[in-house]
Design a protein around this ligand. Structure first.
Ligand SMILES: Cc1cc2nc3c(=O)[nH]c(=O)nc-3n(C[C@H](O)[C@H](O)[C@H](O)COP(=O)(O)O)c2cc1C
Length: 366
């Protein structure tokens, strides 16, 4: 094969070797993936501006001039400057009672520690603004908005030489983001871990590629193998954005109980539920999600109320390492996460399998 199929225009644009983008909450994973020739983005939605700045400095000290990104969530529904206590006071009695019922039924203990920003139910517009100021001040190479439009900060980012990636679940949304000036669109399908839309990865990637023109499209949702990477490129994407597989990397700071669990489960062990954050979100099934899916459950609340309601359960499950209660975001590709590997190995295995896949299809050597 004359041309390396993995060397996409996105690789040239970013100055990276492989079109593999990792989303992670662990800065060690960011450094490992970037130094292996991929691209990585640190999720900082639940961090204070000071923590974000310290993490950016740490990553720079490990990767030098190589590019990386920071991801925040910018939900339009985030309250102005209300405190967590103000929001908690507005949670209706029916939903509070149902959360208490789950707590009692499954013997959920109280959390041991204070909840970090009460998960991101504690995120308000004021905190989000301060987070963005740090991103702009430190001129992080790439800013990614995982939820909500980044349009308002694109001119300021571009003035500083930064790039902005938008994550979308529909072609219409992609058109809006492209019109507002994003440099790259991540088209994510229903298969994905975390907050995601209701269109499958194969369909949404194709639809977004059809409207994106010259803007690179990155495919996301359920991608965990080199075959998935090859398929994404065949659909017209210029790279893949993946989250689940890094949870089980050696560098990841996810609890070993959860890591082991992720290597054993399949797509059927995940669920698409509003019970965690108020937005539709793919997570591993657990008593909290199953109870809220039962016929006796009240309606879930919108964000940020549902997030605050679930945060005590989440924190307790993690603090007490209760395997029966623990859950995490996980995509439908989790079946192929079968062992704990160094992040660098995950990158290389995906690359090798993608190249083998192209060779098998074309009969030529890459
Ligand atoms: C544990 C976990 C936490 C996540 N948290 C965020 C987040 O804070 N912000 C965000 O934009 N995306 C978040 N995501 C979604 C990822 O950015 C990515 O879109 C998704 O994982 C892709 O699907 P995949 O997991 O099937 O590869 C999270 C994913 C996982 C697995």
């Amino acid at each position: 094969m004359a041309k390396d199929p993995l060397r996409t225009p996105f690789c040239e644009m970013m100055g990276i070797e492989f079109p593999i983008l990792a989303f992670t909450h662990c800065k060690d994973v960011v450094a490992a993936v970037v130094n292996a020739g991929g691209f990585a983005v640190l999720g900082e939605a639940m961090h204070t501006p000071e923590e974000i700045e310290a993490d950016i400095n740490w990553i720079r000290s490990r990767v030098g001039d190589k590019p990386f990104g920071i991801d925040l969530v910018l939900p339009a529904s985030a309250p102005g400057a209300e405190s967590v206590e103000d929001i908690l006071a507005k949670i209706p009695a029916e939903q509070k009672a149902f959360a208490d019922h789950i707590k009692k039924k499954y013997d959920v203990p109280d959390p041991k520690s204070a909840e970090a920003l009460h998960q991101w139910g504690g995120l308000n517009q004021e905190i989000a603004r301060a987070q963005i100021d740090v991103i702009l001040d430190t001129k992080v190479p790439v800013f990614v908005s995982g939820l909500g439009s980044p349009a308002f900060m694109i001119p300021a980012a571009h003035e500083r030489g930064m790039k902005v990636f938008g994550l979308v679940g529909k072609a219409r949304q992609a058109e809006r983001e492209i019109a507002s000036g994003v440099d790259v669109v991540i088209a994510q399908g229903y298969d994905a871990a975390g907050h995601t839309g209701n269109i499958g990865t194969f369909s949404v990637v194709g639809e977004v590629c059809a409207v994106a023109g010259d803007i690179p499209v990155i495919a996301a949702g359920g991608i965990t193998t080199g075959k998935h990477l090859a398929a994404a490129l065949c659909l017209g994407a210029q790279g893949v954005w993946t989250g689940t597989q890094w949870l089980a990397s050696r560098e990841s700071d996810v609890d070993m109980i959860m890591k082991e669990k992720l290597t054993k489960i399949t797509a059927d062990d995940t669920t698409y539920s509003k019970s965690v954050s108020g937005f539709p979100m793919r997570v591993t099934k657990c008593p909290w999600t199953e109870e809220w899916a039962s016929k006796d459950a009240p309606k879930t609340l919108p964000s940020p109320y549902q997030m605050l309601l679930s945060s005590s359960y989440t924190q307790a499950a993690n603090d007490h390492r209760r395997e029966d209660l623990m859950y995490d975001a996980a995509g439908q590709g989790v079946r192929f996460v079968t062992e704990l590997k160094p992040a660098r190995q995950i990158v290389f295995d995906m690359v090798e399998e993608a190249l083998e896949t192209f060779e098998a299809i074309t009969g030529a050597e890459a």
